[in-house]
Design a protein around this ligand. Structure first.
Ligand code: MF3
Ligand code: CO
Ligand code: CO
Length: 267
């Protein structure tokens, strides 16, 4: 069942989204060589709680942390731990906050120190996939328009689109209907309308789109060991089109460049 949100609910989600995006902006700046993923997780939990939110991920199907921290060939759901980030790593950070009963969910992939040109291109194209998907969130469009836009851009750049995991509706629960695949055909699927709130989250790979889950039961990796990137926003459809509820402030990110999250500039 699809839950349509009232303007009042969307306003709560916008305030919650601010907690999530401010926290993610802080984590992006903290993600440097020598830092462990557990340190980032601790920073995230403190930050979310200091602003009156609750980390959504802790306890979700038994998940043990506030963020997912996925490195290199890890696509999503990496569990924070003692792994020390190294120069050249690609780190995907996914974070969710519950605020006044509503969830916001957002993710980025960032470079740790200096990364290869190939890694930079993968990050850039994946972020572009997200923005192209968001641009399709117009009343009267269909769900397939979103997936098609994402898939078209990824595949025309020679990349794979992960099929095993999808985006989703978001609201009182992190995962609501409808599912939002990162592939699809134009004009097909659910009609998009005002009040629909979706998490769009392309997971794009350098090689095969096939993935596997590690023995920890969570970490999703590429089958061929090649790199993956993941960007996500929580977005509401309004009369005027998409409103990104997890947008980060340019003011908080004076160092925004092509290879750091930069949708504030692109939007
Ligand atoms: N935030 C993820 C998503 O984008 C789900 C994380 S699962 C959790 O849908 F267990 F880590 F919370
Ligand atoms: Co997420
Ligand atoms: Co999500």
């Amino acid at each position: 069942m699809i839950n349509i949100k009232s303007p009042r609910e969307i306003e709560i989600m916008r305030r919650g989204g601010k907690i999530t995006s401010k926290t993610l902006a802080m984590l992006i700046d903290a993600a440097k060589p020598g830092v462990t993923t557990k340190q980032l997780d601790e920073l995230a939990e403190q930050s979310i709680r200091s602003m009156g939110g609750v980390p959504t991920f802790i306890g979700y199907n038994g998940y043990p942390a506030s963020i997912c921290a996925s490195v290199n060939d890890e696509v999503v759901h990496g569990i924070p731990g003692d792994r020390v980030l190294e120069d050249g790593d690609l780190l995907s950070i996914d974070i969710g906050t519950t605020f006044e009963g509503y969830v916001s969910d957002t993710a980025v992939t960032v470079a740790i120190g200096n990364v290869s040109e190939a890694a930079k291109r993968l990050m850039r194209v994946t972020q572009e996939c997200l923005m192209l998907g968001i641009a399709q969130m117009q009343p009267g469009n269909h769900l397939g328009d979103i997936g098609h836009a994402v898939q078209q851009h990824a595949e025309s750049n020679g990349y794979g689109v992960v099929r095993a995991l999808v985006g989703h509706g978001v609201g009182r629960k992190m995962h609501e209907d409808p599912q939002v695949p990162n592939y699809g055909r134009p004009g097909e699927g659910t009609l998009l309308r005002k009040g629909l709130v979706l998490a769009i989250e392309p997971m794009i790979t350098e090689g095969t789109w096939e993935v596997a889950t590690l023995e920890d039961g969570w970490t999703v990796v590429t089958e061929d060991g090649k790199l993956a990137a993941h960007f996500e926003h929580t977005i509401a459809i309004t009369d005027h089109g998409p409103k990104i509820l997890t947008l980060r402030d340019v003011a908080e990110h004076p160092d925004v460049s092509l290879f750091r999250p930069s949708e504030e500039v692109a939007a």
